[in-house]
Design a binder for this molecule. Structure first.
Ligand code: LLP
Length: 463
């Protein structure tokens, strides 16, 4: 089982006696391609390169900390999802994982659609010229202003999350003289994280309308009567960082069951189902994610089989991967500031960022890998904890990892697989400035989100 901890993942109290880091890796200089962006390697001096650029050069030009994103890898992963699902399905990139205008343009060029979950994400997509028809708008409490803007812009679908929202969106659309395409998000009683899923009681959450007790059927009943809505399908999202398809299997079974009930009650076969996102990536070498073509094959087979059994036309499937596209494509580049050995415990390595650029370790007990990237080293492995510069002892970036014992201030280290939910969840805690996102490819590097400045901070503080 994977040891990468996530929202429902395992806790490792004592890495010295438990956990896969209890033995150091055979070669500390090796870069496991599972966790690093695809164009990453080391040059003849041992310096990590990505997109044809050295990290030492990038640090000099853009400073640290910085998120370094491999554009070719992002495009290749987006394309792999698109190709795997083919023309009979839609891939909506989940912008919450990481969104910028450059990303929107890459998605557009690679033929993906976009899932946004706030007015801010919608504004980013529209300002980058994304065709509104290819945007899905999510959220459990969209404001009237956000809904109005989305309907006016002509988004391809709004995912309705509650009874109130069904009425609200229908009303707004009608006022605007429109008929808004919509899906209803239901909770199917399945929650999946990493390798496991639990198939009971997961209506107990804020998202969606429960299938249980006939609530989803009632939501459909209402939506079908409202002139402002064109109900095009049912949506289900079961969790995050999932490796095992069995949770999707149960979800698809239940969603198709609802489609069948709708057909029987209303004589309507809804044309689409969305199975959400949540597909896992490798944060450490212990994780074994599945390839997009395997996932596409599995999901398509599940839905087709369920529909055949229910004698339904197979609906158009959509999925919403975020992490699985952007997660592996970036790493965070830090400079080591201090090294504090604690005898028979571990060595604390402080970097120039921390929980403000990666909250996932503190928030979810997530596991990450780390490597010395400005050089190689033949020194012995030392057990380290990579920590940030914040005034908080829980400010941990990598809880337990081996780095070479000659690690010193000024060395550059990098944490891979930080493309998803790191910049997008970054904060200004302690008024630390959020790092830039630098896209690299073909020997070129360009800032796609610039580093925050003290002027940015002070602009918001109106005194
Ligand atoms: N679709 C819906 C409706 C979602 O709620 C989410 C994620 C996704 C798609 C994309 O899921 P992905 O493929 O990226 O796993 N901040 C957490 C993850 C929260 C995910 C919320 N919803 C983390 O850092 O792990």
């Amino acid at each position: 089982m994977s040891r990468s901890a996530h929202p429902a993942g395992p806790r490792h109290a004592d890495v010295l006696t438990e956990g896969h880091y209890s033995a150091p890796p055979a070669d500390l200089n090796a870069l496991d391609p599972k966790v690093w962006a695809r164009t990453v390697s080391r040059d003849e001096d041992g310096v990590l390169t990505v997109g044809g650029r050295t990290v030492t050069g990038l640090a000099e030009e853009f400073g640290t900390p910085a998120y370094i994103l491999d554009e070719a890898d992002f495009r290749a992963r987006a394309r792999a999802w698109r190709t795997a699902f083919g023309t009979d399905a839609d891939v909506f990139y989940a912008g919450k994982a990481f969104l910028s205008r450059a990303v929107v343009r890459w998605l557009d060029e690679e033929g993906l659609n976009l899932d946004v979950c706030s007015g801010g994400e919608l504004a980013t997509a529209l300002s980058a010229g994304m065709d509104p028809e290819r945007i899905a708008f999510h959220g459990n409490n969209k404001s009237v202003e956000e809904i109005t803007r989305a309907v006016e812009a002509g988004v391809g679908r709004i995912v309705l999350d509650s009874f109130q929202e069904i009425a609200r969106v229908a009303h707004i659309a009608q006022e605007l003289g429109k008929r808004q395409k919509a899906q209803i998000r239901i909770t199917v009683g399945v929650e999946a994280h990493t390798h496991e899923f639990i198939a009971t009681a997961h209506e107990d959450q804020k998202f969606g309308i429960p299938l249980a007790g006939g609530q989803a059927a009632e939501a459909v009943r209402r939506a079908l009567t409202l002139d402002g809505l064109e109900l095009i399908g049912i949506h289900s999202h079961i969790g995050s960082q999932i490796f095992d398809m069995s949770g999707f299997e149960v979800a698809a079974h239940r969603v198709v069951g609802l489609l069948k009930d709708i057909r029987d009650e209303h004589g309507v076969e809804l044309p689409e189902i969305d199975l959400g996102g949540g597909l896992g990536i490798a944060y450490t070498s212990a994780d074994d994610p599945r390839e997009p073509h395997e996932i596409a094959k599995a999901l398509t087979e599940i839905v087709t089989r369920e529909c055949e059994a229910a004698r339904l036309r197979v609906p158009r499937i959509s999925v919403e991967p975020g992490r699985a596209i952007v997660g592996p494509t970036a790493f965070t580049l830090y400079e080591v500031g201090t090294v504090k050995p604690l005898e028979s415990l571990r060595t604390y390595v402080s970097v120039d960022g921390g929980m403000s650029d990666n909250i996932r370790t503190a928030l979810y007990d997530a596991e990450y890998s780390v490597a010395l990237v400005s050089r190689t080293s033949d020194a012995e492995p030392m057990l380290t904890r990579v920590v940030g510069k914040h005034c908080e002892s829980g400010d941990i970036v990598v809880k337990d990892a081996f780095l070479p014992a000659d690690l010193a201030p000024g060395d550059l280290i990098a944490v891979p697989a930080t493309g998803a939910y790191c910049r997008s969840m970054a904060s200004n805690y302690n008024h630390v400035l959020r790092p830039p996102v630098v896209a690299v490819g073909d020997g070129e590097a360009r800032v796609i989100v610039r580093r925050e400045t003290e002027e940015d901070l002070l602009r918001l503080d109106v005194g």
